[in-house]
Design a protein around this ligand. Structure first.
Ligand code: F6P
Length: 358
């Protein structure tokens, strides 16, 4: 009996997508030989909606372990719009079900982050055989200790912090490095510690600018003429944390800023007199090939997904818990976000190091 497996990558890309695709494909061919057929769906759920897919050949999965991005292409197709019929008059959910049937799939692997998993769960509820794989540099998927892409991004962000260190030292400046992470501060916390940042600001812990200034001034009194602030893009001060999203945007528009980072830099310079610069590595954090750690993790996850295909275990997503690969039901994790908890050990490490957390 032939087995047809579909694969798609959805949401923001990250290093390790190809390595995961490769892990799943190679393990499937290894175990099921020529009885397995793999269909690549282009640009995530958009390709599933519009029937944009192709039969893949085994050799297409070779030579991609170290390649960044995704050979399948990706797109953000917001979950909240999945049940909304737009001007094109396409019922997206029905179209996805129809194309799944037309492709004669036995199951579909959905590689992606939180949004991808919400739609994956919706499709599972609609009766499709779905297996999720947790990807994101944000490391914020519920039920897994780590997602692929995260550690590669930590490496890149750490390098950015390392590099601004020398220029900050030469010029006796404060450098504010804005890292990705709108809701979750994992990337900033890890890269901040790895890069020796003096101040680490994450969305989970609203900051007070006075505390940041005090930390910089304390360092100056100790003879340290520069300071490095690692800030997650989604940080808020205590006042903003109490506001609704719209109020927050209005306040920022009034101040002539779009991000908290620029406000922090301006206030820091005004209040301490230290010349301050902002550095935004941006999408560099998602670019390039996966680190060795992520190559291993992606291979673990991909091969485990292949095992789930073989066992016909569907409606789940692959996860790493206490160093063991396993699965969680999609319905348990969809719609939840894994934020840095207040009592997380890594926050304790940062505080014991004297790092100001805002
Ligand atoms: O979810 C991953 C992520 O990189 C976030 O950290 C960041 O806020 C967002 O994607 C950026 O999205 P886009 O690729 O649409 O600019």
């Amino acid at each position: 009996m032939k087995k047809r497996v579909g694969i798609l990558t959805s949401g923001g890309d990250c290093p390790g997508l190809n390595a995961t695709i490769r892990g799943a494909a190679k393990a499937l061919y290894q175990r099921l030989g020529s009885t397995v057929e793999i269909i690549g769906i282009s640009n995530g759920y958009a390709g599933l909606i519009h029937g944009d897919w192709r039969m893949m050949q085994p050799q297409e999965f070779s030579g991609i372990l170290t390649v960044g991005g995704t050979i399948l292409g990706t797109k953000r197709t917001p979950f909240k719009l999945m049940r909304v019929i737009g001007p094109d008059d396409v019922d997206k959910v029905e179209a996805m079900k129809r194309n799944y049937k037309e492709m004669k799939l036995d199951c579909l692997l959905c590689l992606g982050g939180n949004g991808t998993h919400k739609t994956a769960n919706l499709l599972a509820e609609e009766g499709l055989n779905i297996i999720g794989l947790p990807k994101t540099i944000d490391n914020d998927i519920f039920g897994t200790d780590v997602t692929f892409g995260f550690h590669s991004a930590v490496d890149i962000a750490t390098e950015a912090i390392d590099r601004v260190h020398t220029t900050a030292g030469s010029h006796s400046r404060c450098m504010v490095v804005e890292l990705m992470g709108n809701k979750a501060g994992w990337l900033t916390l890890y890269a901040g510690i790895a890069g020796g940042a003096d101040i680490i600001l994450i969305p989970e812990l609203p900051y007070a600018i006075e505390n940041i200034c005090t930390a910089v001034e304390k360092r100056a009194k100790e003879g340290k003429t520069f300071s490095i602030v690692a800030v997650a893009e989604g940080v808020m001060d205590a006042e903003e944390a109490r506001m609704k999203k719209k109020e927050r945007a209005a306040r920022r528009a009034q101040e002539g800023i779009t991000t908290a980072t620029s406000r922090i830099a301006r206030q820091l310079e005004d209040m301490t007199g230290f010349e301050t610069r902002v550095c935004v590595p941006g999408h560099m954090q998602r670019g390039g090939g996966p680190s060795p750690y992520d190559r291993v993790l992606a291979t673990q996850f991909g091969t485990y997904a292949a095992k789930m295909v073989e066992n016909e275990t569907y409606g789940v997503t692959v996860a790493m818990r206490n160093n063991h690969v396993s699965v969680n039901p999609l319905s348990d994790i969809a719609g939840k976000t894994r934020l840095v908890p207040e009592d997380h050990g890594m926050l304790g490490v940062a505080r014991r190091m004297g790092i100001c957390m805002g």
